[in-house]
Design a protein around this ligand. Structure first.
Ligand code: CO
Length: 217
């Protein structure tokens, strides 16, 4: 059997399993979604968002890219974010990194990877921002682990710096932004950072909107 056929057979088995547990599962899901969470994760095949969180279809609105980056000119990520916040009205945005991330590891090396250099450059910037702390860590694995964590912290900041998040914070007091790290070695996810509506940030990144008086317009 060709390898890919395993996936189609897996799909048939999954449909049977779902229907056995809940006969109207697909009808219920077919016309609407109301996820409370947006997930920004790494493309890594070992970190499937629903599996590691025990979430069901319909619960997570997902965006994944190499090393779970939030880049302020990435229209793909920004479109997912805007839709999640303005249309789906998610209450939480989660950035989930993971230890032993290939993207972070390659960003620590000098090898030329072509186009991917441009993407990983953002992680090199995170390294430079935190080089003092990172260079006090002698153990290479521990330094790598710490850069994975700092990368997540910076992506949480990057989310808060978008006008999309700030507008929702001001108007609707949501979403909460979470920075998580998944440990491939144990299976556990831990929260290492979070920002609630109105959280402080560097002043230069703050947007302000005029307050509309009642009766106006
Ligand atoms: Co990764």
């Amino acid at each position: 059997m060709e390898a890919y056929k395993k996936l189609l057979l897996g799909n048939r088995a999954w449909v049977r399993e779902r229907l056995a547990a809940q006969a109207d599962f697909f009808q219920k899901n077919a016309y609407d979604q109301r996820p409370e969470f947006m997930w920004i994760g790494c493309s890594d095949s070992r970190v499937p968002a629903e599996d590691v969180t025990g979430a069901e279809p319909g619960e997570l609105f997902v965006h994944r890219n190499i090393a779970n980056l939030v880049i302020h000119t990435d229209f793909n990520m920004l479109s997912v974010l805007q839709y999640a916040i303005e249309v789906l009205k998610v209450k939480h945005v989660i950035v989930c990194g993971h230890y032993n991330c290939g993207g972070v590891s390659n960003a620590m090396r000098r090898q030329d990877l072509g186009l991917i250099n441009k993407w990983l450059r953002h992680i090199k910037d995170v390294y430079r921002l935190h080089h003092r702390e990172l260079e006090t860590i002698d153990d290479a694995q521990k330094r790598f682990d710490r850069l994975v964590e700092l990368n997540v912290v910076e992506q949480v900041q990057n989310l808060a710096e978008t006008s999309i998040v700030q507008k929702a914070w001001q108007a609707e007091n949501r979403p909460v932004i979470h920075g998580w790290v998944y440990d491939l070695r144990t299976g556990y996810v831990n929260e290492i950072a979070s920002m609630r509506p109105g959280a402080k940030m560097d002043d230069i990144y703050r947007f302000e909107w005029p307050v509309v008086e009642a009766g106006e317009g």
